[in-house]
Ligand binder design. Structure first.
Ligand code: ADP
Ligand code: ZN
Length: 758
């Protein structure tokens, strides 16, 4: 008789252990290590999904009489859903992420496994065209969403429910509302073969305009490539530091190609935002069916299919966003993380993993190299490279023969304002734009809003309201419970009523909200250049699925002359006819409240500047700033990463910030503000006592509580404690203890051992 040990997918801490089940004889052949099964669990024998972690013959040592063991109910998928390699990661991931085995399993196995075979979908259609048109014309429909739904159905005919909900930004309840009015019909049916196929290859992804030439590597690239190849078979982290356009991608592709030629497998991670249809298309062009590409436009079924091809070894290179680090790749020989600094590599929901940490774990388990690539590496990564923990590979020049670095000008906006140009578009930028337009070239204007709409700047001199202790911008908070708005430092908790703020630069007492929005900028451009077409890309214009690609596509096809946007447009996109880039409010970028803001500012400016002159025409970049003496701008203007690094690492050392100390967070969130205050005090007292008993050599420091940067979110209020210590693992120990000592129902706490993005 065979038995197996399983882990439950939906486990809680009490049930997070291996349970033993009997394998019925007719399933003996099929149930193996890594199988996904259903098992009866608990008194009610409710069916639960579980992962088989080991299979063995029954022996008495098990400590169960055979009659006490329950049978496996059914097998969900014919093939194992995780391999040995992934099984080995479950325990270390659990302890690192303070989550359950079930949480890990959920990250590794697509939710569609076991359900996807029934390719069913619901469709929505209009009951009567005449009636729908009449209702719309009558103006009787109150809900804008209802109007949208009807309009879309009239225009497009029957539509899959999911697609319709997304494009009309509607909810199921709203759909039901229309059905109850007898205007629409919702039906569920099997998808036809054609519908499934057409999902698999959406037309945008087979276009050939995004063909990517294969280049002979230049000397620098060749050297990097060789170093990586020499390390195949060994665990080694490489930091590939190369300016934008230096040909890093070409190096990744060549290394990946080499591994594939040798029969191995590759995980190639890129930020979600760069997985445009163009990228997907050239990856398919280059690797064909050997590649599985995981991007957000895939349906559940397509996601399952891609995943399935990986697990069966049909696809040997996986290209995808952070979640692809969990892919069921068997013979892993190389991991690549492109744009390693990108904040999307840190997951923002539980379990809050950092992709780099997991990649390093996998690198060790598979004994293979890991390439981290970036034009602006994280300070912590560069530090590791300086210390020799990572091997540094450098690409110092742009790869395309005729490509030159853009010419960067820092524009003093104080002067420009005095000269009457206003705070948006300076004289020099206007001149450059006029020249570009006369040659039918394009312009990108970049206006970052991250963080700064929530801070105040001095009306007289433009200096942000900084914390007197930490010299970072304080954040503006509207407390329901206090009539006055408060300025709070998210580092040390320093708090003052906004009315009492005094400018530390000019002693002014008048403050205003910082920055203007992309919308205002767009309006101004329309006024200044009435015959030029302007596209805007920001959170508001990219709510609809596909909007992002549509805007970029239109701009690439030169259907517009100016693209205005937030940080979304700064990354990775290649527009050969863009010759002028303006970074507006360059100094405001670093005004967000966490310690990584300078690093991000440098990155964003470098990325934005990197958009100029990617074709044959040299680019011009204008950094408009109220503080032209800000060293960060100087470094960014001269694209001098090393200088930036030196100043930043010195600051981090003084402030005891990563890599010198780990910085973690404990967040308490509750729907009731008074309750939050009371329980925050409890947690605060506990932390203070607990940490003061710890050995001094662990380096614990406690800060806060302060309100979370976004204090009120989805009906809950959140307070944050910051804890520093010498190691991330010490923070984990503290978190583990808190979890034991606080009832999660009364104290909904969440933890992060690497606060503030990736
Ligand atoms: P990065 O990833 O560093 O930003 P890419 O790999 O995208 O840079 O390369 C930038 C441009 O240079 C691309 O258009 C690419 O085709 C071209 N390129 C890359 N390597 C070479 C090479 N060895 N010779 C000529 N052109 C190259
Ligand atoms: Zn402070």
């Amino acid at each position: 008789m065979k038995v197996c040990k399983v882990l439950l997918r939906e486990c809680v801490r009490q049930t997070d252990k291996a349970y033993t089940y009997k394998i019925p004889s007719d399933m003996e052949e099929k149930v193996v290590q890594g199988s996904y099964v259903k098992v009866p669990f608990g008194f009610g024998n409710r069916k639960q999904i579980a992962l088989v972690v080991s299979v063995s013959d029954y022996t008495e040592d098990l400590g169960f009489a055979p009659s006490k063991l329950k049978d496996i109910d059914s097998l969900l998928d014919l093939y194992p859903v995780v391999n040995k390699n992934q099984l080995a990661m479950i325990e270390p991931l659990k302890s690192r992420l303070l989550c359950t085995s079930g949480d890990v399993i959920t990250m590794m196995v697509p939710s569609a496994v076991g359900t996807v075979a029934k390719a069913k979908a619901s469709f929505v259609s209009i009951k009567s065209r005449e009636e729908a048109e009449a209702v719309l014309a009558s103006g009787k429909l109150r809900s804008v969403t209802h109007i949208h739904i009807l309009e879309q159905l009239l225009a497009n005919g029957p539509t899959e429910r999911k697609t319709l909900l997304a494009s009309a930004k509607a909810t199921d309840a709203q759909l039901r509302g229309l059905r109850d009015k007898d205007l629409i019909e919702i039906t569920t049916r099997m998808l036809t073969r054609d519908e499934i196929e057409s999902e698999v290859q959406s037309p945008a992804e087979v276009s050939s305009d995004s063909f990517r030439v294969v280049h002979e590597l230049n000397d620098e690239q060749g050297k990097a490539y060789k170093e990586v190849c020499d390390s195949l078979g060994k665990p080694q982290v490489f930091l590939l530091h190369g300016i934008t356009g230096s040909g890093k991608t070409e190096v990744y592709l060549k290394c990946a190609g080499e591994v594939l030629d040798r029969g191995g497998c590759v995980i190639y991670l890129v930020p979600e935002i760069s997985l445009t249809p163009q990228t997907v298309s050239w990856i398919r062009g280059r690797f064909g069916d050997t590649a599985a590409v995981m991007h957000s436009r895939l349906t559940d079924r397509q996601r399952f299919d891609e995943w399935d091809r990986i697990r069966r070894g049909e696809a040997r290179i996986v290209v995808g966003p952070r979640s692809s680090i969990f892919a069921p790749v068997e013979d892993l020989k190389l991991i690549i993380i492109d744009e390693e600094h990108d904040s999307s590599y840190k997951s923002e929901s539980f379990p809050r993993y950092n992709t780099r940490d997991i990649a390093i774990m996998r690198m060790k388990l598979s004994s293979c190299p890991l390439i981290l690539g970036s034009a602006t590496p994280l300070v912590t990564s560069y530090y590791s490279a300086q210390k020799g923990v990572y091997k540094l590979l450098k690409l110092n020049k742009r790869a395309a023969e005729d490509a030159v670095l853009p010419e960067v000008t820092v524009v003093d906006m104080k002067k420009q304002i005095q000269e009457g140009y206003g705070e948006l578009i300076s004289g020099p930028l206007r001149v450059a734009m006029a020249k570009a337009f006369s040659k039918d070239q394009q312009v990108m204007l970049f206006l970052n809003r991250r963080g700064y709409a929530r801070t105040l700047v001095c009306s007289t001199c433009g200096e942000p309201a900084n914390c007197p202790n930490c010299s970072v911008a304080m954040t503006l908070h509207n407390y329901r419970r206090s009539s006055e708005r408060l300025l709070i430092c998210h580092y040390c908790g320093y708090t003052i009523p906004s009315g009492e703020c005094v400018c530390r630069e000019c002693e002014g007492t008048k403050f205003k909200r910082a920055g203007v929005g992309t919308q205002q900028l767009e309006e101004m451009l329309k006024e200044l250049y009435p015959d030029r077409k302007v596209l805007r890309m920001d959170q508001d214009t990219t709510m609809q699925p596909g909007a992002h690609e549509r805007i970029l596509g239109e701009f690439r096809d030169h259907k517009a002359d100016i693209l205005v946007g937030t940080q979304m447009i700064a990354k990775g996109h290649d527009f050969p006819s863009v010759t002028v880039v303006g970074v507006l409010g360059a100094d405001l970028i670093s005004m967000s409240s966490d310690y990584k803001s300078s690093e991000r500012a440098f990155e964003l400016i470098t990325q934005a500047a990197g958009r100029a002159g990617r074709g044959n025409e040299p680019g011009k970049v204008f950094l408009q700033s109220l503080h032209t003496d800000n060293p960060l701008l100087m470094y960014a203007a001269s694209q001098d990463y090393e200088a930036f690094y030196e100043s930043e690492i010195a600051y981090r050392e003084v402030m005891k910030l990563p890599p010198f100390k780990a910085v973690g967070e404990v967040v308490l969130s509750l729907p009731d503000e008074d309750m939050l205050m009371k329980r925050t005090a409890d947690v605060g007292r506990y932390l203070k006592d607990f940490l003061s008993y710890q050995d001094k050599s662990l380096g614990f420091e406690l800060y806060g509580p302060v309100p979370a940067p976004i204090y009120e979110l989805r009906g809950r209020y959140r307070n944050v404690f910051m804890i520093k210590s010498h190691k991330k693992s010490y923070l984990n120990e503290v978190y583990r203890q808190i979890m034991e000592d606080f009832d999660p129902n009364l104290y909904p706490l969440s933890f992060d051992n690497d606060a503030g993005g990736s």
